[in-house]
Design a protein around this ligand. Structure first.
Ligand code: BTN
Length: 328
């Protein structure tokens, strides 16, 4: 780690209290000038660091910056799998990760941003990606057929739902196939995009994209998302490192499921957290909308539905979208 990273780690551990330059220099075995340069670098990266008249430094308690150092602190053993590339704002982390993957970036390379200006979701829909959220794209190189790529999305959905509960204490459901719902509002969307190897017919790489609304955006949600999108915390009740912590909790849990993807260790939990099983829905496919009841989710993460005429069908996530309707 660099002196900058070491200084940030110590200031974060003492967040809200001053640490003297002398103590920092002694603990890191560097000069006070090196500490000062590190603090200047952190400040120019946007960290809110106060400097006391007596030469002490303090990371402000409410300094909410997405940081690779803080994410790594919470990542634990999974840290060795990931290479974190944390940015302030990007067009789309998925687009950036796809570009890097096709240039040869290794599995585990992860682009993380605090805002996206061109985030996208399923069926090329726009994904609103304001401040307060965290937008994550992980490059994966699994030995998987295209049909099985939905397993990555489903494993990630369980990882996010568990992470949401661990950090916010609020219970999270999974709306097949890729949305996380808290109190009836969507707090996260997941989009896995992949490139095929023409020789093998298997995936060359996949990019797993996850967008979580951690804190309410500073301008609120736009009118078209009111009553649809929600966030884990209000602007006043999130801890300063909430976005870094959510990121780490998601990534470490996903790593565990991904290591045994073929065994589907996530699947029982995916079904248990289903927002749709037993519910009445409308199945949208092309221009048609058909009412149905959801019976279950099969081992390939397809939705099993029963239509009003009692016929059943298994639906793949690439073909249809499903909306919950009120029970009659
Ligand atoms: C959806 O709701 O349809 C899926 C939304 C997926 C959004 C994430 S945010 C990180 C990554 N970058 C993108 O442009 N999209 C995904």
């Amino acid at each position: 780690m660099s002196v900058r990273d070491d200084v940030l780690e110590i200031l974060d551990d003492s967040r809200g209290s001053f640490v003297s330059g002398t103590e920092l220099a002694a603990r890191l075995n560097v000069s006070r000038t090196a500490v000062w340069k590190a603090v200047c670098a952190l400040k120019s990266d946007g960290y809110n660091i106060e400097v006391s008249r007596h030469g002490g430094y303090m990371l402000a308690p409410d300094s909410d910056i997405l940081s690779d150092i803080i994410i790594k602190k919470y990542l634990g053993d999974a840290s060795s799998f990931y290479t974190l590339d944390v940015r302030d704002t990007v067009g789309s982390t998925n687009a950036e990760a796809k570009r890097l993957a096709s240039d040869g970036a290794a599995e585990g390379y992860t682009v993380i941003a605090g805002r996206q200006t061109g985030g996208h979701g399923r069926f090329s829909r726009q994904f609103h990606s304001p401040d307060g959220g965290v937008y994550i794209s992980v490059i994966l190189r699994p030995s998987l057929s295209p049909a099985d790529s939905v397993l990555m999305t489903a494993a990630a959905a369980v990882a996010v739902a568990e992470a949401v509960e661990a950090v916010s204490g609020r219970s999270a459901s999974i709306k097949w196939v890729n949305d996380i719902v808290v109190d009836g509002l969507k707090v996260c969307g997941i989009l896995t995009e992949a490139a095929l190897s023409v020789e093998t017919g298997m995936l060359d790489y996949a990019v797993l994209g996850i967008g979580v609304n951690v804190t309410e955006p500073s301008d609120g949600f736009p009118d078209n998302l009111r009553g649809i999108a929600g966030s884990l915390f209000s602007r006043t009740d999130a801890s300063a490192d909430a976005r870094s912590r959510v990121t780490a909790e998601v990534l470490s849990r996903f790593r565990g499921y991904y290591a045994h993807l073929g065994e589907r260790t996530f699947l029982d939990e995916y079904r248990r957290r289903s927002y749709l099983i037993g519910e009445c829905v409308t199945v949208h496919s092309g221009s048609s909308s058909t009412p149905a009841r959801v019976l279950g989710i099969d081992d390939s993460c397809r939705l099993i539905v029963e239509y009003d005429d009692r016929t059943t069908a298994t639906l793949g996530s690439g073909e249809v979208s499903v909306r919950k309707t009120a029970k009659l």
